[in-house]
Design a protein around this ligand. Structure first.
Ligand code: NAD
Ligand code: WQD
Length: 339
């Protein structure tokens, strides 16, 4: 019998790409998502690509009773927990909403998991938990801190999982700290679908290239980096999705609580990304360098050695792959899933 996985937030950007790989690997996949930042169309397209069905429940993870009904219907082997809110700026203005969705939602999920004796979980954490690191590359043993409510919600949830594991070592927990996910499935059928004006660099570049935005504002040209613009560890979403399958394999052999960075270990600047995108797409991306964005750091990239060794996982896709697949998705779906 194939193993069953509950994927919370599975209709979203990283979730939908991971669901696709899980289906292709033969897992039975059940998604719960309240569609607050996604569309069921992503899952319909995943089914189309894989010719496999995804069972979908329109459920908010804060709703204990609704979640319990899902656990009554299926006996899960694992949970992959993507559901949550992720916009840093919004979290500053709406902290309660972020703590409710990200912290309370996780607590409710864990309570139901406990009741149904499902105690293996992979959690979407973030490089944001490293706050303002003293140096790069960043390894898992670096000190953690938060600079905004979104980051604090991730840190709190990580700490909840640590306490849960101390209280009951039957739990198997994988905390994956993602760096900057970009790109899309190479089919161009699924991808990142931000609502409104994108906060993140790559969707902003793509929307500028297609003519939805006039020009990109580059936040700061005076950082101590090779061209003065901010440097990040951009990771292709398919590499990231593969990391989740490896994390599940690893949890079955190595019980316990584990923390891994999922990044490439390479840093690219804003202008590196703009230039690579223009070269790959053949489209001009106008930009203007303006003042720094509050809260940004100069450089952030991973030391991915631990994930390479323990998960047997390495990001293989290049910056050109990231730009090509983003452009394929953007040009085929100029208005995202509403097309
Ligand atoms: P996304 O918004 O595309 O996906 C999150 C999904 O969760 C959405 O489909 C949304 O509708 C759903 N959701 C939100 N609150 C919910 C709730 N209360 N109940 C049920 N469903 C709910 O975001 P993503 O980029 O795919 O991110 C997935 C996870 O990875 C998030 O936890 C995010 O914080 C984390 N993460 C993302 C990034 C990034 O840059 N994209 C980086 C690091 C970590
Ligand atoms: C990347 C670079 C910007 C937009 C955020 C979250 C982090 C994680 C990933 C969830 C920076 C520059 C951006 C623009 C720009 N998410 N930029 N013009 O800030 O590294 O990380 O997403 O966990 O927690 O903080 O990503 O894509 O916003 O920015 O110049 O319009 O692009 O200054 O150097 P960031 P980003």
């Amino acid at each position: 019998m194939s193993k069953s996985i509950l994927v919370t937030g599975g209709a979203g950007y990283i979730g939908s790409h991971t669901v696709l790989l899980l289906l292709q690997a033969g897992y039975t996949v059940v998604v719960v998502d309240n569609l607050s930042n996604s569309s069921e169309e992503s899952l319909l397209r995943v089914s189309r690509i894989t010719s496999r069905a995804v069972k979908f429940y329109d459920v908010d993870i804060r709703d204990y009773d609704a979640l319990e009904r899902v656990f009554k219907d299926y006996k899960f082997d694992f949970v992959i927990h993507f559901a949550g809110l992720k916009a840093v700026g919004e979290s500053v203005n709406q902290p309660l909403s972020y703590y409710r969705n990200n912290v309370e939602g996780t607590l409710t999920l864990c309570r139901v998991m406990n009741k149904y004796n499902v105690k293996s979980i992979v959690f979407s954490s973030s490089a944001t938990v490293y706050g303002n690191p003293d140096s790069v590359p960043i390894s898992e043993n670096f000190p953690t801190s938060a600079t905004n409510p979104y980051g604090r919600s991730k840190l709190i949830v990580e700490q909840v999982f640590q306490d849960l594991y101390v209280s009951d070592s039957d739990w198997n927990i994988s905390l994956l700290r993602y760096f900057n996910p970009v790109g899309a499935h190479p089919s161009g059928l699924i991808g990142e679908n931000p609502s409104g004006i994108p906060n993140n660099l790559m969707p902003y570049i793509a929307e500028t290239a297609i003519g939805k935005r006039d020009k990109l504002s580059v936040f700061g040209g005076d950082y101590n980096t090779h061209d003065g613009t901010g440097v990040r560890d951009y990771i292709h979403v398919m590499d990231l999705a593969e990391g989740h399958l490896k994390a599940i394999d690893f949890l079955q052999e190595s019980k316990g609580l584990h923390i891994h960075n999922l990044g490439t270990g390479k840093g690219y600047s804003v202008l590196d990304m703009v230039n690579a995108f223009s070269a790959v797409s053949g489209m001009a991306v106008s930009y203007e360098i303006i003042e720094r964005r509050s809260g940004d750091i100069a450089e952030c990239y991973a030391d991915p050695t631990k994930a390479q060794k323990e998960l047997n996982w390495t990001a293989t896709r290049s910056i050109e792959d990231m730009c090509r697949d983003t452009w394929s998705w953007q040009s085929k779906n100029p208005n995202g899933y509403s097309d």
